[in-house]
Design a protein around this ligand. Sequence first.
Ligand code: AMP
Length: 173
Amino acid sequence: MISETFAIPHISTGDIFRANVKGETPLGKEAKGYMDKGELVPDSVTNRMVADRLRQPDAENGFLLDGYPRNVAQAHTLNGMLAMLDETLDTVLHFSVPDDELEARIAKRQSEEGRADDDAAVFQRRMREYRAQTEDLIPFYREVGMLVDVDAVGSIDEVQERVLTACRQASTA
Ligand code: AMP
């Protein structure tokens, strides 16, 4: 929805990894073991992949990053990439959802899509990775005034409206 509204590519590192796993590429083979365990793929692999993607012509007039950065080291690397491209981020969205609600959504997604890493045990591992690494990005981006908190509990329409409001404010600021 964000990608369509602002006519920018949706760059999801998880989607790119999954496409590579499916295609059995060298990158996919490298990433698969980490993904199956619910661990983060090493930064060196992930950063290189994002750097290549951001250099593609369709990202020249903006992009939506989804699932990246996942830790502070990646965020520093992203800052370097953006400086090279003479780009800046407009906003960073922080979706708040209570753990039990997340668990219910993931269980539903697993029954609908069958994603292996939505299995209950792997999901717990992903949550541990989130707490150990990703959560640090909240103060990191809040300190520079980029973070926008989005209450992500509600209907899809309600959450979409909150997201659009946040993005519109950021793109006109
Ligand atoms: P996602 O679809 O964003 O939930 O990502 C699925 C899996 O891909 C994660 O659990 C990680 O194993 C891997 N992955 C996605 N994005 C990243 C990232 N930025 N850094 C490291 N691993 C990632």
